[in-house]
Design a protein around this ligand. Sequence first.
Ligand code: MRU
Length: 350
Amino acid sequence: MVKTLEWTDAGVRFIDQTKLPTEEVYVTCGTYQEVADAIYTMIVRGAPAIGVAAAMGVALGTRDANANSVSELRTQFDQICETLAATRPTAVNLFWAIRRMKNTFESISSQPMASIRSALIKEAQQMYLEDIAACEAMGRNGAVLLPKTGGVLTHCNAGALATCGYGTALGVIRSAVAQGSKINVYADETRPFLQGSRLTAWELNQDGIPTTVIADNMAGAMMKQGKIHAVIVGADRIAANGDVANKIGTYTVAILAKEHGIPFYVAAPWSTVDLATPNGDHIVIEQRASSEVTHFAGKQVAPTGIRVENPAFDVTPNKYVTAIITERGVAKPSYSESLQELGRKEPVPA
Ligand code: MRU
């Protein structure tokens, strides 16, 4: 399995996802600002991976901060957290991870600087291990929901490249395949950043899982032709009522699935569930540069100066979601109750 990110003494090492699938290049970010930049420019992307990357960025920045006292270290720590939190607004995993780092700092703030620094590195590494375990548990919990044979559509990339383990939606697919299911994955291309054709297809190809790439506007036709038997996607934030923010285009796929009587599953770790956000209307949607839409592989494909909208995510209302697969179990409607119930369960240990 590809190592999407990892802690090294020299910094946080990432596979550069902007270069895939044609180049497999690794970059090491030696400062927290470089980690923040890697998140913003999507060298690393995908909600769980962003969370752990931010935690490692906080650990790195605090380790290397030039401070003479715990109070000076705390001032710099707050600044580091702020910089990393400002990178991308939608995936709640980012804020969840930074909150955990803040809680860790608070819990040992009376100790010497060296202890604080090493505790923060340990906490980030712990999140990494927990994410691997969460992927495996989601795979176990969700595999049974997928068809034994047939087509499964996914949108964006919710695989190893989006996590520290083998993925959320793709983890469930991998687990089903390992149990003998004969699945052909339909990977939506996922304009404008092409996470589906560049990343999902790359990962699944390496695993030998049969995969067909389609342009986003083909999903409805594939469903009508009976080629798709289930849809499974990841999430960037799941509100308390089960509304799901995920990559732009997910909403369209969910409506199409409903129209064709196809189950629509969401797989996400508990760190993506945001019980403090009552519903999808409260989720901030990231707007990205217009050049992502007006240019394709560096070539201009729209008139100079044309108005562009480029929301990176949309919100799928809970009524389109058949089930939400987490490492703690599978939530079914009504989500206001089932998510609260999962929230009371013990976290899955690393
Ligand atoms: O903009 P991205 O590539 O970070 O968006 C990623 C997605 O929307 C994924 O589907 C989501 O983060 C889940 S990843 C397990």
